[in-house]
Design a protein around this ligand. Structure first.
Ligand code: KIV
Ligand code: ZN
Length: 498
């Protein structure tokens, strides 16, 4: 078996997605879950980009033991110095530096030429080598870079000391055979290629990130850059869970990863919940329907022999249908166990708080599922809010005008307001705007999603609110979807009303 290294960039490329930003505590939670999952490298952030990113790389370096911690930089000395500083507590640290190598980048982004860019690539690699032994170099937009020039860059950075060379299909443009041929070309034409590991980094703009990554591996790449649930810029990155299960299922390819696949489901749910990023129901491996057989013929076949229609045993990815159900009679230990399966480790204080919220929810809802549990864990994010919803009452129905009254707590001062609207959500949001005396924001996106099924289910609301040229994201979950909508709006406005 050949070893394939898993480089997870959920906390860097994934976290760049608007609305997916995490605070440091949440990032540490994800990093620990990734460690339990068995990833080899965690790309923890882009330290020069913000003090928050710098701090997160520092704290993740302290919190995590086994995986290499990687920090992204441009081919700029200052970036590299800041990254090296952020990595000072990492047991194994890697600097990931690089520059655009396609003509689009060289001509239009840098107004430069191939020779100058090659010099900058070599200089950045040598500079990073002064700080750490493990230096990864990325050739941004390698997918659209001429192969002969790409080979020159790869050869030069390996000579300069790069231990890993990343070949990103930054725009998700390549076809699988093209991307595979690119990796093959490098394997055959670069002098010294075996002194470094070649890495894939594929985006999903044409829905081919996973196929391209597989072709990259079959042609010689031995590191894959992936994210949980495939989250990432635009259409996302290659999904970790898909690559792990592809090579686990196709043993004849003799490629092995270190992923403990039974941790996939919990990690996927944790990331989805913390990043407020729903998973499409038909998503391979982790979607709600990934193992649901609805047609009679399939159900009959699966009952006779699971393998007639299932290529993966759900237990292999951590889905345990016989898991203990959580209800109002469940104790702390059952809740703690479920959280642990989902990759969440809480101290006693936090567990007590979540348990109290759990009991309240269990009074309103018969069975509490994993999404509910993760939603409760995230609930204390609103504790620091300056604007809090204390009370909401709405009348609505057929043939009556919707009216809402709210009581907001504005840093300790209570404000009551009422407003009418064309529906209960409109009325509630208008009342909030009156209470804060500000009507300048507009809702750009509004998504209501049931967690499971049944009329007693919890509804999740995702909202984008535009204010003074910027976009802010709000989220809430509640068994009352009107309340969830108003809470999501308040979550968003807390990010800009100071
Ligand atoms: O997609 C890309 O090219 C990247 C690089 C910064 C590695 O994310
Ligand atoms: Zn990327």
């Amino acid at each position: 078996m050949d070893r394939l290294f898993i480089f997870d960039t959920t906390l860097r490329d994934g976290e760049q997605v608007p609305g997916c930003q995490l605070n440091t505590v949440e990032k540490i939670q994800v990093a620990k879950a990734l460690e339990m999952l068995g990833v080899d490298v965690i790309e923890a952030g882009f330290p020069v980009s913000s003090p928050g990113d710098f701090h997160s790389v520092v704290e993740i370096s302290k919190a995590v033991t086994w995986p290499t911690i990687c920090a992204l930089t441009r081919a700029v000395e200052k970036d590299i110095e800041v990254a090296a500083d952020a990595l000072k507590y990492a047991k194994k640290g890697r600097i990931h530096t690089g520059i655009g190598t396609s003509d689009y980048h060289i001509r239009h982004k840098f107004n430069s030429n191939q020779d100058e860019i090659l010099e900058r690539a070599i200089a950045a690699t040598k500079y990073a080598k002064k700080y750490v032994e493990d230096v990864e170099f990325y050739c941004e937009d390698a997918g659209r870079t001429d192969n002969a020039y790409l080979a020159r860059v790869v050869e030069s950075v390996i000579k300069a000391g790069a231990t890993v060379v990343n070949i990103p299909d930054t725009t998700g443009y390549c076809l699988p055979d093209e991307y595979g041929a690119k990796i093959k070309y490098l394997m055959e034409h670069v002098d010294g290629i075996h002194k470094a590991i070649i890495s894939t980094h594929c985006h999903n703009d044409l829905g081919m990130a996973t196929a391209n990554t597989v072709q990259g591996v079959l042609n010689g790449a031995r590191q894959v850059e992936v994210t949980i649930n495939g989250i990432g810029e635009r259409a996302g990155n290659t999904s970790l869970e898909e690559i792990a299960m592809i090579f686990k299922s196709h043993k004849e390819r003799s490629i092995a990863t270190n992923i403990n696949t039974t941790k996939i489901y919990g990690t996927s749910r944790l990331v989805s919940s913390l990043m407020n990023m729903p998973i499409q129901p038909n998503k391979a491996i982790v979607g709600r329907n990934a193992f649901a057989h609805s047609s009679g013929i399939h159900q009959d076949g699966v009952l006779k022999n699971r393998e007639s229609y299932e290529i993966i045993d759900p237990k292999d990815v951590g889905i345990d249908e016989s898991a203990i159900l959580l209800t109002a009679r469940s104790g702390r230990a059952a809740l703690k166990h479920r959280l642990c399966v989902l990759g969440v480790d809480l101290d006693q204080d936090k567990l007590d708080k979540v348990y109290q919220e759990f009991l309240k929810l269990a009074d309103r809802k018969k069975d509490i599922n994993d999404d509910d549990v993760l939603m409760l864990v995230g609930k204390d994010r609103t504790e620091t809010h300056r604007i809090k919803l204390e009370h909401l009452q709405v009348t609505s129905g057929v043939g009556v005008q919707s009216v809402a009254s709210v009581c907001l707590n504005l840093s300790g001062v209570k404000r009551f307001e009422a407003a009418a609207g064309n529906g209960p959500v409109d009325a509630g949001i208008k009342a909030v705007k009156k209470a804060i005396n500000n009507d300048d924001m507009t809702i750009q996106e509004f998504l209501i999603q049931a967690i499971n099924k049944g009329s007693d289910d919890t509804g999740k609301v995702h909202m984008q609110v535009a204010y003074q040229g910027n976009m802010y994201y709000g989220f809430s979950a509640n068994t009352d979807i009107i309340a969830a909508s108003v809470e999501a709006f308040i979550d968003a406005i807390n990010k800009f009303i100071i």
